[in-house]
Design a protein around this ligand. Structure first.
Ligand code: ZN
Length: 139
């Protein structure tokens, strides 16, 4: 059993941008040389999240419409009031989804379903460069 950690960065526009990171994660997994185990994808930020979706335009539009309805940027957030900040909606949105995802792998390949893509969603209100970690536990 080995543990391999890989770090990488993703540039994003913010504003609930959904970015496909499946190929990057698969490539980093292949570089690890491990064949069977679990891979955790983690973002080191409080306004970005990691999840799996069916990646097509309608799905992205539906999710962005949901976030805008549930957590509009213009609502009152105590994070903004108490910290003189503007991205309370970004923090709440990201915390609901969560900063990490675990995906099993076998024979060096992520065991994703046919339509599953690993995405990072950046809820912040401005473009950012995001630090991510892929930690692989396997043999
Ligand atoms: Zn903030």
């Amino acid at each position: 059993m080995s543990v391999v950690s890989k770090k990488f960065q993703i540039d994003s526009k913010g504003a609930s941008e959904v970015i496909d990171i499946t190929d990057t994660v698969g490539k980093k997994l292949a570089e690890s040389g491990l064949k069977n185990g679990i891979a955790t994808v983690f973002t080191k930020h409080t306004t970005a999240a990691i999840t799996i979706i069916e990646l097509e335009k309608g799905m992205i539009m539906d999710l962005q419409a949901l976030w805008a309805k549930l957590l509009p940027a213009t609502a009152t957030y105590q994070h903004n009031v108490l910290n003189n900040d503007t991205n309370g909606h970004s923090h709440v949105s990201a915390s609901i989804i969560g900063p990490s995802l675990v995906v099993p792998f076998e024979a060096g390949k992520l065991m994703l379903g046919q339509w599953q893509k690993i995405v990072m969603i950046d809820f912040d209100s401005k473009p950012r460069t995001r630090d991510l970690v892929l930690q692989i536990i396997g043999e």
